[in-house]
Design a protein around this ligand. Structure first.
Ligand SMILES: Cc1cc2nc3c(=O)[nH]c(=O)nc-3n(C[C@H](O)[C@H](O)[C@H](O)COP(=O)(O)OP(=O)(O)OC[C@H]3O[C@@H](n4cnc5c(N)ncnc54)[C@H](O)[C@@H]3O)c2cc1C
Length: 494
């Protein structure tokens, strides 16, 4: 019997078409650009352009391969489904909201073959744990898949190269050249449409994103040759003149399913086998995809979207400062990284975690508000990945489910790992006074605010040892500076 194969905007994979047993002779592939979905949030203009251009290219590719494609511009996904008149099948959507809607509309799902573990595997793994940890999960998946394993032992006898992989960039560091993806007529037409949509954010100019599988493969091969050898060593490094460092920038392609996680891992593992990339870099990259990406998805899925929205373990209720939408601040680290993100829709992991997320954590911003900013501002943001990363990992609002301790750090960390503090209006060493770095003041204030909670006795106990050195006068000065910072924030003068 003929069926309709629904391809969502983040399911642009021929592997999925095969998984759904799509018959070229009788099935119809349905693809819909649903403007109502786009209008849900003030998304980054480049993200909408990326998704629609990638969808149109994928639709054209399917037609070239002889599939019948029913592609709708500016239509309602649910109305299109209702009017098919045949059973509709789809790869199980990653996002809970869309999954629930499609289920209610009678769409049936097949398991996404791109995850290494199923949700049942994960639920079973969780059932014997009160404190799940990435490291345990990652080792299990390494053992199951055999990646970087010698029998049941990790390659070179080492599971984790994190300690080696924390170097700042050397002096005079210069960015490496990025591949360029010149927009073709399909992309240019999408860019024109997106330019006319009100209420989006970010800069559309200089669009340089991989919109086809070939583009995505080119980026993967660029990464393995040019960046992977230094990926591990400088994974945590930040610099004002280089927003990418040696990171892969593969998340937009992975999250659109233009690439499979397995082929990215295979490419890195092959580079190790060929001797062109060191194990410390390759293991770090494998850990990101086989470990963190997979773990975040399963945690999101296991807890459920609504439950994530309710997490606020640190009772954080401050509004998100306007500077996140403008980049307008004297703090050089936030000004540089937010401006870069609003321009490109990207920041690498440590910038997201230790600068953009850390500031909201220390300030005590409502977790869903800072999550919504990340969701709007980034090209790779989707509920399944942005929610656990922001609410869990970055804002520690989930009571330690995602990470063993909050990623709270003062200006000293930012100064150690970047050159942002050079030429900044504030001093990372000072916690009080007009030149005190807001990160440093707010870091101590964060510790003081949570002094009588479990954070002090368990998860952040080492940080609290240093707090003992602060006198009552220091504590008073921290409280005064915090008040001052809040006023400066309210008047956009920080
Ligand atoms: C506050 C915060 C928000 C984030 N929001 C997102 C998001 O919306 N979308 C997103 O894909 N990632 C998100 N991440 C995870 C991570 O920062 C990005 O995946 C990564 O920076 C993407 O850049 P890259 O491709 O150059 O990554 P690389 O450093 O080159 O890493 C390789 C790949 O590993 C995967 N990866 C690494 N860490 C994670 C992680 N924690 N969760 C999921 N995948 C991971 C990504 O697919 C990435 O492409 C967030 C992290 C934090 C701390």
């Amino acid at each position: 019997m003929a069926k309709t194969v629904l391809v969502l905007g983040d399911q642009l994979s021929l592997d999925y078409i095969k998984t759904l047993e799509t018959d070229r002779n009788q099935d119809t592939i349905l693809m819909v650009e649903d403007w109502a979905l786009v209008k849900r949030k003030p998304y980054h203009r480049k993200k909408i352009a990326l998704v629609w251009s990638a969808m149109r290219h994928f639709g054209n590719r399917l037609r070239d391969l002889g599939y019948r494609v029913d592609y709708h511009l500016d239509a309602s996904l649910l109305e299109c489904i209702a009017s098919t008149g045949s059973p509709v099948v789809c790869i199980e959507p990653r996002e809970h909201g869309i999954r629930t809607c499609l289920k209610a509309a009678g769409v049936t799902f097949k398991t996404d073959p791109y995850w290494f573990m199923t949700q049942d595997d994960f639920t079973q793994w969780m059932s014997s744990r009160t404190q799940p940890r990435l490291e345990q999960y990652y080792r299990l998946v390494r053992q199951r898949t055999g990646y970087l394993m010698n029998g049941d032992k990790p390659a070179d006898g080492i599971w984790n190269f994190d300690k080696e992989n924390r170097k700042p960039f050397p002096k005079n560091h210069q960015p490496i050249l990025q591949p360029h993806f010149t927009p073709d007529s399909t992309t240019l037409s999408v860019l024109e449409t997106v330019a006319g949509i009100p209420n989006l954010i970010g800069d559309l100019s200089g669009f340089n994103e991989p919109v086809t599988r070939d583009d995505a493969l080119e980026r993967l091969s660029w990464f393995v040759i040019e960046a992977l050898p230094d990926f591990g060593r400088y994974e945590d490094a930040m610099a004002a003149n280089d927003m990418f460092g040696f990171h892969s920038i593969l998340s937009p392609s992975l999250n659109l399913s233009l690439l499979s996680p397995a082929e990215c891992i295979d490419a890195a593992v092959t580079a190790y086998a060929d001797g062109t990339a060191p194990l410390a870099s390759v293991e770090a990259f494998v850990r990101q995809i086989l470990g963190w990406r997979e773990y975040m998805f399963h945690l999101y899925d296991w807890l459920g979207s609504n439950a994530w929205d309710e997490q606020n373990a640190l009772d954080a209720n401050e509004p998100l400062p306007d500077l996140y939408w403008t980049g307008d601040t004297k703090m050089r680290c936030l000004r540089t990284t937010i401006t870069d993100t609003l321009r490109t829709g990207y920041a690498h992991h440590i910038i997201r975690l230790m600068v953009q997320g850390n500031f909201a954590l220390l300030l005590g911003v409502r977790p869903t508000e800072i999550r919504d900013w990340f969701w709007s501002a980034f090209l790779d943001a989707y509920d399944w990945v942005v929610t656990p990363n922001v609410i869990g990992m970055s804002q520690a609002a989930d009571n330690g489910l995602t990470a063993s301790k909050p990623y709270a750090a003062s200006g000293a960390y930012i100064n150690r790992m970047s050159d942002y503090c050079k030429g900044c209006a504030y001093s990372p060493k000072s916690f009080a006074g007009d030149d005190a770095c807001p990160f440093t003041t707010l870091y101590w204030d964060f510790l003081i605010r949570h002094e009588n909670t479990a954070l002090a006795s368990t998860r952040l106990s080492t940080n609290y040892l240093a707090l003992r050195g602060k006198s009552p006068a220091d504590r008073l000065a921290i409280a005064e500076r915090r008040q001052q910072l809040k006023q400066l924030l309210q008047t956009s003068q920080l």
